[in-house]
Write a new protein. Structure first.
Length: 441
C-alpha cells in the first residue's frame, strides 16, 4: 500500500483536519479550474490566486453603473468611484498592520516601487548604496538599478547584493553584519519580506531597526507576504512597502497594487514625492490649484484616479480576508504547510532517486504558505505529470518546484492528493521502481 494512499494514516489525518477546519466554507467561495470534470488541487496561489466567485458580480455592478450613470458614477454610484480607493484602506491596513492613512491601493507593484525609490533613495556623499537580497526578484533589481543611473551613479558602486547562495536560507545575523559593515555608505535596504524562490520569511523588525541604526531607510516588497504572513509595518517602523494583489490576495491577473508609507513620512511635507493630481488634497483637488498640496497620508503618492474595475474585484477579495482574519489564516497555514512538509520529507526518504530537498526554512516563523522543493528528477516531467492529474504547482528553472497551500481554499486532502501523485510519479516514471508495494505510514 502506498505511503499516501487513500487508506493511509496520512489520509485519515487529513480527513479529520478538514472536518475540524473553521475556514472550510471559504473553499466554496472560489472558482477552481477543472480537469476531466474534477476540480483541480491548486497550489499556485503564490503566482496567481484563484478567482472569488463574487468577483463577477462586483464587476457587473460597476459596469452597469458605468452604463447607467456614466460620469455621474464618480459621485453617485452605489460606491462612489471618486473615493472608492478610500474604502479599501481599512481592509488593507488590517493585513499589513498599519493605519488606514498609511496604505493606498494603486498602480502595480513595480510602479509603486519606483515611486517609493524616488522618495527614499536619496544618495548623498558617501551614502549611496542599496542593499539587495541574493537572487532578488528581477523587477526589484531593475528598478533599483534604474534609480542609481537616474542619479548619475554606477551600478557597480551602488548596488550591493548579500554574499550568499540564493537557494539557501539567509540568517538575520548575516544580513545585519552586512548592514553594519556598509554603515554610513548605506542609503537603503530594500528586500522581499518573503523570498519568491525559497519562500523564506525574513525578520522585518530586526532588519529594519539595523538599517535605521546606520542611518539608512528600510523598504520591503510584500508580493509574497501580504495575505500570507502576519505583518505589523507601523509598529516595526518600516519606512515603505509595496505589493501586488494577484497572488495570495486573489484580486485577479494584473490586479491593482498597493503601498505603505509610514505616517512619519506621509505627514511630513518635506518628504519628496513624485506628484500627480490624485495625490493632491481632495478638499482642493477639483479647484485645480496651481501647485501640489499633498494630502498628509499615503494617498499623496497617487498619480491618477483609481482603476475602479480592478478595485471592485480587489474589494471582494479583501472582504474575504476581513471575514477570515489573518490570525485564523496563519494558524491554518502553519498546520497545512507543516503537514505538506511532513509528507514530502517521508517521500524523499522513501524515494531517494527523486533527489527531493526542501529549500524553504523548516521553522514556521521563517516561512509562509510555500515550500520550495529541489528535485534531481526532471522538474518539467514532474510538473506535467501533476498537471495531467489536476494538480497545479509552479516550476522555476532549472530544478525548483514551488508549492503554495493557500489556507483560504486549500484542504488537507488536497495535500494528500498532491503527495499521492508525487509518489505515483516516483513509482511509474523513475527507473528501478517496479513495485508499488511500500510500507504504509
Amino acid at each position: 500500500m502506498a505511503i499516501v494512499g487513500p487508506e493511509s494514516s496520512y489520509a485519515e489525518r487529513a480527513r479529520h483536519a478538514d472536518a475540524a477546519d473553521a475556514l472550510a466554507s471559504f473553499r466554496e467561495e472560489f472558482v477552481r479550474p477543472m480537469r476531466d470534470g474534477t476540480p483541480c488541487a491548486y497550489f499556485a496561489g503564490n503566482s496567481l490566486g484563484l478567482m472569488p466567485r463574487r468577483a463577477r458580480a462586483a464587476l457587473e455592478e460597476v459596469l452597469t453603473e458605468w452604463g447607467d450613470l456614466a460620469v455621474e458614477g464618480h459621485m453617485h454610484a452605489h460606491r462612489p468611484w471618486y473615493r472608492y480607493h478610500e474604502d479599501l484602506a481599512p481592509l488593507l491596513a488590517e493585513l499589513v498592520g498599519a493605519g488606514a492613512d498609511e496604505v493606498v491601493a494603486m498602480n502595480s507593484l513595480t510602479v509603486n516601487l519606483h515611486l517609493m525609490l524616488a522618495s527614499f533613495y536619496r544618495p548623498s556623499g558617501r551614502r549611496r548604496k542599496i542593499l539587495l537580497l541574493p537572487g532578488e526578484f528581477p523587477s526589484d533589481r531593475y528598478a533599483a538599478e534604474s534609480h542609481v543611473r537616474w542619479h548619475g551613479l554606477e551600478r557597480s558602486e551602488c548596488i550591493v547584493e548579500l554574499d550568499h547562495s540564493p537557494l539557501e536560507p539567509i540568517t538575520t545575523a548575516a544580513i545585519i553584519e552586512t548592514i553594519e559593515a556598509l554603515g554610513e555608505e548605506l542609503a537603503l535596504v530594500h528586500m522581499s519580506a518573503v523570498h519568491y524562490l525559497t519562500g523564506q520569511f525574513f525578520d522585518i523588525p530586526t532588519i529594519t531597526a539595523a538599517a535605521h541604526r546606520v542611518g539608512a531607510f528600510a523598504g520591503w516588497d510584500l508580493a509574497h507576504a501580504i495575505g500570507n504572513v502576519p505583518l505589523q509595518l507601523h509598529d516595526w517602523e518600516v519606512d515603505y512597502a509595496v505589493w501586488c494583489s494577484y497572488k495570495y490576495l486573489n484580486s485577479g491577473p494584473g490586479g491593482v497594487g498597493g503601498a505603505f508609507v509610514h505616517r512619519r513620512h506621509a505627514q511630513n511635507p518635506a518628504t519628496f514625492r513624485l506628484a500627480g493630481w490624485w495625490g493632491n488634497d481632495p478638499a482642493t483637488r477639483f479647484t485645480m490649484p496651481q501647485w501640489f498640496e499633498p494630502v498628509p497620508s499615503a494617498d499623496s503618492w497617487q498619480l491618477s484616479n483609481a482603476p475602479v474595475l480592478a478595485l471592485a474585484v480587489h474589494r471582494v477579495a479583501l472582504e474575504q480576508f476581513h471575514r477570515a482574519t489573518m490570525e485564523r489564516l496563519r494558524q491554518k497555514s502553519i498546520h497545512l504547510t507543516g503537514f505538506l512538509e511532513e509528507l514530502l520529507i517521508e517521500l524523499g526518504r522513501t524515494y531517494p532517486e527523486l533527489g527531493l530537498a526542501i529549500v524553504t526554512p523548516p521553522s514556521s516563523k521563517e516561512r509562509g504558505a510555500q515550500l520550495s522543493v529541489r528535485l534531481a528528477a526532471s522538474c518539467n516531467a514532474m510538473y506535467e505529470y501533476l498537471l495531467a492529474r489536476g494538480i497545479v504547482v509552479d516550476v522555476r528553472k532549472p530544478d525548483v518546484i514551488r508549492i503554495a497551500p493557500a489556507p483560504l481554499y486549500t484542504s488537507f486532502m488536497d495535500v494528500v492528493r498532491l503527495c499521492r501523485a508525487v509518489e505515483e510519479f516516483a513509482l511509474r516514471q523513475l527507473p528501478h521502481r517496479k513495485s508499488s508495494h511500500v510500507p504504509t505510514k
